[in-house]
Design a protein around this ligand. Structure first.
Ligand SMILES: NC(=O)c1ccc[n+]([C@@H]2O[C@H](COP(=O)([O-])OP(=O)(O)OC[C@H]3O[C@@H](n4cnc5c(N)ncnc54)[C@H](O)[C@@H]3O)[C@@H](O)[C@H]2O)c1
Ligand SMILES: [Zn+2]
Length: 350
């Protein structure tokens, strides 16, 4: 699958198919004027794929350098930015050259921000290797790092020139990471693709397929709302309550995908209560989540989640855009005040 994602001042070529890594060199050669490339990867992904990525870029005429950061969220910090800028400088990267992000969302966000800021912006190609990065973080141009007082607090919108997604790379992804990414895939089915959802319900859709469908959905939403002012908020289905659960469990207590899975069930139940969502939807979501090994319940009460919901930076100006489902495949924004939402949640959570 190839899509051209058009945003305000850029076109991003998205290539997604099994084996796409072998085309990285020719894609870069076509889109990039310079012939230097800096590949940023992490300590888990580099041993698996860095040499191959270097080889295909070298074969296409690039002089290539590799930079490896420790795997894990801790690498999304300001000190790492300084290190990357210094490495780019050593490699002689100019604004005509290219940064390649080879890894999961951590590498994508960190090197995306480094590319957005080095020399006021260098081209970047995202090569996502985790399921979450393939279907979510590599698309849409959001980049950033964590600060001591919060996650993703410094960053920039910086659209990649290309995204090269090779679903074969999922073969080496640890099972728990795969499961976590499935929560976002199921989310896309819920908010915008009933057929994808049915495919997941009966297990008849291949990884290559659900990755491609998820990418198309995210790309479409981003194209229509690059800066997250309207439709893009639909991607937060399951995330308002999910983030609150993540915050309460503390860093690493529950994965993002697991928290979102529970959040989607709660949002579906809330939708039924508010007369927006058909009765059978929560059960259907629960059984798909169970099929992919995701949790569907929490022991937190609404009161325990309340503080986290009210302080979430996304819940602007006291009006929160909660995402509900009009049906499987049709998400809608439902404006509600945080206090009213918490009252509603009290009827669902014990
Ligand atoms: N920019 C966005 O729009 C956006 C959206 C969602 C999430 N994010 C960010 O993404 C990050 C999470 O991304 P993630 O879940 O990919 O985490 P991650 O980058 O830490 O990757 C998860 C783990 O899997 C390993 N891994 C990745 N691909 C592999 C492969 N093919 N084979 C073997 N191991 C592999 C990594 O080394 C890491 O240990 C968070 O920092 C989050 O804030 C950004
Ligand atoms: Zn998410």
């Amino acid at each position: 699958m190839k899509i051209n994602l058009k945003t305000a001042n850029k076109v991003t070529q998205i290539h997604a198919e099994a084996g796409a890594l072998s085309s990285l060199g020719s894609i870069a050669a076509e889109l990039v004027k310079g012939r230097r490339a800096a590949i940023v990867s992490d300590s888990n992904v580099a041993p698996l794929y860095l040499e191959r990525a270097k080889a295909v870029l070298t074969a296409a005429g690039f002089s290539v350098g590799g930079i490896v950061v420790p795997a894990g969220e801790a690498s999304k910090q300001p000190e790492k930015l300084l290190e990357l800028w210094a490495e780019f400088n050593k490699l002689g990267i100019t604004r005509k050259d290219v940064i390649v992000a080879l890894g999961g969302g951590v590498v994508g966000d960190l090197s995306g921000f480094a590319a957005a800021t080095y020399l006021r912006g260098c081209p970047i190609i995202q090569v996502p290797t985790s399921l979450l990065a393939m279907v979510d973080s590599s698309i849409g141009g959001k980049t950033g790092i964590d600060l001591p007082f919060g996650k993703n607090l410094a960053g920039a919108f910086h659209q990649p020139v290309a995204v090269v997604t090779d679903s074969n790379m999922l073969q080496t992804l640890p099972q728990n990471r795969y499961t976590e990414g499935m929560a976002e895939v199921i989310k896309y089915g819920c908010i915008s693709d009933a057929e994808l959802f049915r495919g997941l319900e009966c297990g008849s859709v291949s990884a290559e397929d659900f990755v491609a469908r998820s990418i198309s959905i995210k790309a479409g939403v981003v194209e229509r709302d690059e800066f997250d002012l309207g439709e893009r908020m639909l991607l937060n289905f399951g995330h308002t309550v999910g983030h609150a659960i993540e915050k309460n469990m503390g860093f690493g207590g529950i994965s993002h995908g697991e928290a979102v899975a529970i959040g989607m069930v709660i949002a579906a139940k809330l939708g039924v209560r508010l007369g927006v969502t058909p009765q059978d939807v929560p059960e259907r979501i629960i059984s798909v989540l169970e099929r992919y090994g995701l949790p569907t319940t929490t022991t937190y009460s609404a009161t325990e989640l309340a503080a986290a919901i009210s302080s979430d930076k996304k819940n602007l100006a006291n009006k929160l855009h909660f995402v509900l489902l009009e049906n499987i495949g049709k998400g809608v924004l439902y404006p509600i005040e945080p206090a009213a939402l918490i009252d509603e949640l009290k009827t669902i959570l014990i």
